[in-house]
Design a protein around this ligand. Structure first.
Ligand code: AMP
Length: 460
């Protein structure tokens, strides 16, 4: 999943080998995007289940915003000088020349939606969560893709240090449920209000002016556009310079300091360990006050599995009423990688209970309603409905690792019976057709059935 894909769409006229397979497939996914194959879907399903459960418990409701928005939504909110807007957006024109962008992050769209649907009239705070793909034109590498899934949430309409602590507690509990919390370290900072940040930006400019030759090209641009971002630099010389740069603590207002202390106090009361990280500013312009990230203990900033912060001025940037907000987003691919490294196993519900093998058209006629009834009663059933000798069908059943097979040949059709074969021990028994489903269920065990009624509240 993490390997760089250099083979782009090869020549579609590639020749087939003797058994009809194409040695080098003519089409592959574009660089930086991936198929999610069934095995990884087990992880996605598991993560989604935990996320939904935790969010529901805390009163969050799910929202989905469109895959693309007017480009201006991101330019205004995320900020023109940020990496995301200046380099990483998938922007295109529609047929009428309007500029649209595949969403690179979730917060801007949700704030746009809050304003558009008058959510300020809903009971506050409005708590929303999402699980969606996002798109950034980044250089693909391990944990960095061009399409990636994020779970995220926003709490809109109220500002309080307790809400910030809650916005950290929720992902903390989710990481705990996912079995990776011990591999992560919470980094936290307070980046103050706009006034103190403006003063600090000026002080940073004064400090770096005259030292430009030590800065990377990228950091030189940051110096003009958003000097706070230099503190995030991974460039070695810049990192050395950063050690003696003015500290934000000299500029932060007493109000922000008190706010920060209050958040930290709540975290301590909740038993959540944190690392104070003055260099954490996050890549987006809209943050103010609390910012936080969950880093891999060993890889640090290179492997942030989630992050968020407060953004009290964002709604106004998008033309809405002054509305405080705090949000969080985690990268699902990175979480899965972290779970795999940590050897977390997830349940797979794709395993089959029964394979139905048949011979002949008459048998097929009996098979279809039988398979339907098995499934209706919660037995995960697959059948070899194509042509093929029973022996071949049993080989297929073996490859699907089913515990039981039901075999129906001409004799069974004539006698109104079926053979139930235990694939583990290799024994088999002939039973009356009308008893087949009950017998199969008895062997599988009622508690293992995959039964749900769409009209009943689902467990998912
Ligand atoms: P951000 O708001 O940019 O910090 O993104 C939130 C989380 O999304 C990060 O902590 C990562 O886990 C994940 N993420 C961000 N960009 C990517 C990417 N290009 N590929 C995979 N995951 C990403």
């Amino acid at each position: 999943m993490a390997t760089e894909d250099t083979t782009q769409q090869a020549n579609p006229s590639e020749e087939e080998d003797a058994i009809g397979r194409i040695p080098t497939p003519p089409f592959r996914t574009p660089k930086g995007v991936h198929d999610i194959l069934p095995h990884d879907h087990d992880f996605h399903t598991y993560i989604k289940k935990i996320v939904r459960h935790r969010c529901r418990q805390a009163g969050f409701k799910r929202i989905s915003t469109p895959t693309f928005e007017f480009t201006e939504v991101f330019k205004r909110s995320v900020g023109e000088a940020t990496d995301i807007v200046s380099k990483e957006m998938y922007t295109f024109e529609d047929k009428k020349g309007r500029s649209l962008t595949l969403k690179p992050e979730g917060t801007a769209s949700i704030c746009r939606s809050y304003i558009q649907h008058g959510m300020q009239d809903w009971p506050q705070p409005v708590e929303l969560f999402y699980i969606e793909p996002h798109y950034r034109y980044e250089r693909p590498q391990a944990g960095r893709y061009r399409q990636f899934w994020q779970f995220g949430f926003e709490v809109l309409g109220e500002a309080d240090a307790a809400l910030d602590a809650q916005a950290i507690l929720l992902p903390y509990r989710i990481y705990e449920d996912l079995g990776i919390v011990d591999t992560l370290k919470l980094q936290i900072n307070n980046i103050g209000d706009l006034d103190s940040r403006t003063q600090y930006a000026e002080a940073l400019r004064d400090y770096y002016y005259g030292k430009e030759r030590y800065l990377s090209d990228e950091d030189k641009i940051r110096l003009e556009k958003n000097p706070l971002r230099i503190l995030d630099s991974k460039h070695e010389d810049t990192m050395i310079l950063n050690q003696s740069a003015p500290r934000f603590s000299e500029f932060i207002s007493q109000e922000s300091k008190d706010y920060h202390d209050e958040v930290l106090e709540y975290l301590t009361d909740l038993g959540i360990e944190y690392t104070l990280n003055e260099n954490l500013v996050r890549g987006l312009d809209y943050y103010s006050q609390t910012v936080f990230e969950f880093w891999d203990q060993k890889k640090g900033a290179q492997n942030s599995v989630g992050g968020g912060g407060r953004y009290d001025g964002l709604m106004e940037l998008l033309g809405g009423p002054p509305t405080p907000g705090i949000g969080f987003a985690m990268g699902i691919e990175r979480v899965i990688a972290q779970m795999k490294r940590n050897k977390v196993r997830v349940p797979s519900k794709d395993n089959l209970h029964v394979f139905v093998a048949q011979l002949g058209r008459e048998a097929k006629k009996v098979c279809l309603p039988l398979m339907d009834e098995l499934r209706e009663r919660g037995v995960k059933t697959m059948g070899a409905l194509g042509k093929g000798a029973i022996r071949n069908q049993l080989t297929i059943a073996d490859r699907f690792k089913v515990p039981f097979c039901v075999l129906i040949g001409l004799t069974e059709v004539r006698e109104g019976t079926a053979i139930i074969r235990d694939m583990t021990v290799g024994t088999q028994k002939t039973v009356k057709m009308e008893k087949v489903v009950d017998e199969v269920i008895k062997r599988i065990g009622i508690k293992n059935l995959d039964y749900y009624n769409p009209k009943e509240p689902a467990n998912e």
